[in-house]
Ligand binder design. Sequence first.
Ligand SMILES: NC(=[NH2+])NCCC[C@H](N)C(=O)O
Ligand SMILES: [Mn+2]
Ligand SMILES: [Mn+2]
Length: 311
Amino acid sequence: MSAQNKFLKQQSVGVIGVPFSGGQPRDGVDQGPLKIIEFGLLNQLEELGWQVNFDGHRDYTTMQPAVDPPVGKLLNARYVSAVTESVASSVSSHLKQGSLALTLGGDHSIALGTVSGTMAIHPDAGLIWVDAHADINTPETTESGNIHGCPVSFLLGIAGQIKEFNWVKPCLSPERLVYIGLRDVDAGEKKILREHGIKAFSMHEVDKYGIAKVVEMAIEHVSPNRSRPIHLSFDVDALDPTVAPSTGTPVRGGLTFREGHYICEAVHETGCLVAMDLMEVNPSLEDDQAVFQTVTIGCSLVRCALGETLL
Ligand SMILES: NC(=[NH2+])NCCC[C@H](N)C(=O)O
Ligand SMILES: [Mn+2]
Ligand SMILES: [Mn+2]
């Protein structure tokens, strides 16, 4: 381990697999955690010196209500709410023990739970959201009704009162959030980003400043002088589809292999990482070679965030 982490009590990581796809319409993303673990991530983390506490592959399907009619435009609202509430408490319990919390998705609606869980223990944490998408639609602005496009609005408390999500507390302030990798942002989302003055580095800024500068500015924004804990929520579709093809909403023009890894390496070096999400790996999309590519890059992103170095 190159950098000492100032917010963990010990070098241990709680791993939460969330085989859940209810935040979007495509089957298969629920198989992400299984594949990532099959590929050997837990051993790889042990080899890096981590004590690994794996919660096991939980079965969230028992939480699916018999009927879950749309709430306004939102699809599977009750199911998403129940699963994410449970994920929040899993994340919190690992953090409470002074461990890092690593959550493997599953679709990105799960971050509604992971970030809530982090903020319950580290209320001053900053959130770095690496994604092609802003996932900040409100129940009003969403065009798809897919909740994986909405978690950030709930976390900020701008989603309005939705009684199915009563448990969610606004826990994130706009200045504690930063995006990297955006390139497919809905019109309603652009308005929200502007109105709340949310810091966002799209692919345009990555091209303009280079990844090192962008990551430095992003970290400084959410954790000035590395004073605050960091939650890294990594949607694998932030990467270019040539690099990580097996994901439900790919968008061309994304991060390169190295840019994705650089983000994770730099976040590790802060010594502030307390929680990481790896989301939207869908092993049922594209061919075997594509799945292998996507799962292996998912594992290596996590290893870099947890201290793997090139030298
Ligand atoms: N986590 C993701 N892959 N999100 C994609 C969201 C796409 C679109 N903005 C929507 O609201 O549906
Ligand atoms: Mn995305
Ligand atoms: Mn996302």
